[in-house]
Ligand binder design. Structure first.
Ligand SMILES: N[C@@H](CCC(=O)N[C@@H](CS)C(=O)NCC(=O)O)C(=O)O
Length: 224
């Protein structure tokens, strides 16, 4: 099985697929390419999926779009327990994932993931702050109702945590005020070995994607 992803520093959707593979030590070969590069375009031009990463190849099965990849891997490797066991919790986890996958446009546009930089004093618009409030509401709802068995949204780690991770990576670059639940949840993410490994890989990269760079004074990040 092969997973094609984009830069560790910038590619949030790649991060979701990669995290699941890494956390569960799945037998998947990862191929990382620079976003917007000729090499990536060349690789993707041979695929049906289009011009975006991540893409998962399993024999002659091609799976694209991060959420579909996570569903596929969860099904292919049931021992990964991708979703909560309880039906109600599972329904909520799927709703959270769908919302992360389809929403928060303002926050995504204004605060791209850029793990090599911090932007002190950068302020978000009211629309992005509304996204931030909703994300915290989601995390609080999951933690309060389903999170008794551990520090993750549903106690044990699930795909809902995987899809939440990029939001937390955005908050590393752009300072935001978080409530207590979100602060604790960020700490849980920060301790996760797969998250730390992803950040390490990002810090080693040098490729720059202009569209994901903010027009704001920055500080370089050199360690996790
Ligand atoms: N909804 C898709 C979005 C994929 C996506 O936008 N990927 C970005 C990188 S994070 C990409 O491939 N960008 C390259 C481009 O737009 O040319 C998913 O979840 O996989």
């Amino acid at each position: 099985m092969k997973l094609i992803i984009g830069n560790y520093n910038y590619s949030t959707w790649s991060m979701c697929a990669w995290l699941f593979v890494h956390r569960h030590e799945l037998p998947v070969e990862v191929k990382c390419y620079d976003l917007n590069s000729d090499k990536l375009n060349q690789v993707l031009s041979k695929r049906f999926s289009g011009d975006k990463v991540p893409v998962l190849l399993d024999g002659d099965t091609e799976v694209w779009d991060s959420l579909a990849i996570l569903e596929y891997l969860g099904e292919r490797f049931p021992e990964s327990h991708a979703w909560p066991k309880d039906r109600k919790a599972r329904a909520v986890a799927r709703s959270v994932c769908a919302e992360f996958h389809s929403s928060f446009e303002a926050l995504r546009t204004e605060a791209p993931m850029n793990l090599r930089k911090r932007f002190p004093g950068y302020t978000l618009s009211e629309a992005a702050l509304a996204d931030l409030r909703r994300i915290q509401e989601l995390w609080r709802y999951c933690r309060e109702n389903f999170g008794k068995g551990g520090p993750w949204l549903f106690g044990k780690p699930t795909v809902a945590d995987t899809l939440s991770a990029p939001a937390i990576m955005r908050f590393r670059s752009v300072e935001v005020e978080l409530d207590e639940t979100a602060t604790d949840y960020c700490r849980t993410m920060d301790k996760c070995p797969s998250i730390r490994e992803w950040i390490c890989l990002a810090l080693k990269e040098t490729h720059r994607v202009d569209e994901d760079e903010l027009d704001w004074p920055s500080e370089a990040v050199t360690e996790i």
